[in-house]
Design a protein around this ligand. Structure first.
Ligand code: PNS
Length: 162
């Protein structure tokens, strides 16, 4: 069984992430979308809220499992019996960091392959942090995230009106 892990902060899930999820799920028997618990970051959404959002967004895709992890990604991936890590690449600016991580992960476990999917061009500029900033400042993010995320953002974020 070909299993891949798509790890990330997903704070919150954007349509760019979703595009990668839908396309990666077609390439593997199972895709595990996994939210990182990073104690050194203070995310807007808790791990369980982020898992809930991803579960909601992917409920119609049968070969997706949504989970979370903490610690070394390669240990987590091996523990899940997966052979690959899937990452989305937006622009050239992502490349340096992703390249470093992919090489480090290969050093840690040469049996795990990192596979990159180029983002859809319409999401090349999109990031979770930008979505949060635009939403906070009262901008329209409805083209960038699913309606469920818009609802969760409005429950969580106080919009600043200048
Ligand atoms: O969505 P993000 O924040 O770009 O995701 C980053 C993530 C979760 C892929 C990265 O932080 C990660 O792999 N964290 C696990 C810690 C780890 O294994 N570090 C060593 C590999 S470089």
């Amino acid at each position: 069984m070909r299993i891949a892990v798509y790890p990330g902060s997903f704070d919150p899930l954007t349509k760019g992430h979703l595009d990668v999820i839908v396309r990666a799920a077609k390439q593997f028997d199972k895709l595990i979308v996994s939210v990182v618990r990073n104690p050194s970051k203070s995310p807007l959404f808790s791990v369980s809220e982020r898992v809930d959002i991803i579960e909601h967004a992917t409920k119609d895709i049968p070969n997706i499992e949504v989970s979370h992890f903490e610690g070394l990604l390669t240990s987590y991936v091996a523990g899940k019996g997966a052979q690959a890590i899937v990452k989305g690449l937006r622009a050239i600016t992502d490349f340096e960091y992703e390249f470093q991580m992919a090489l480090m992960n290969r050093q840690l476990n040469p049996d795990i392959e990192t596979m990159f999917l180029m983002t859809h061009s319409k999401y090349a500029y999109l990031s979770s942090s930008m979505v949060k900033e635009v939403f906070k400042l009262g901008g329209d993010v409805s083209e960038l995230v699913i309606p469920y995320v818009c609802k969760k953002l409005s429950q969580k974020v106080k919009v600043v009106n200048n």
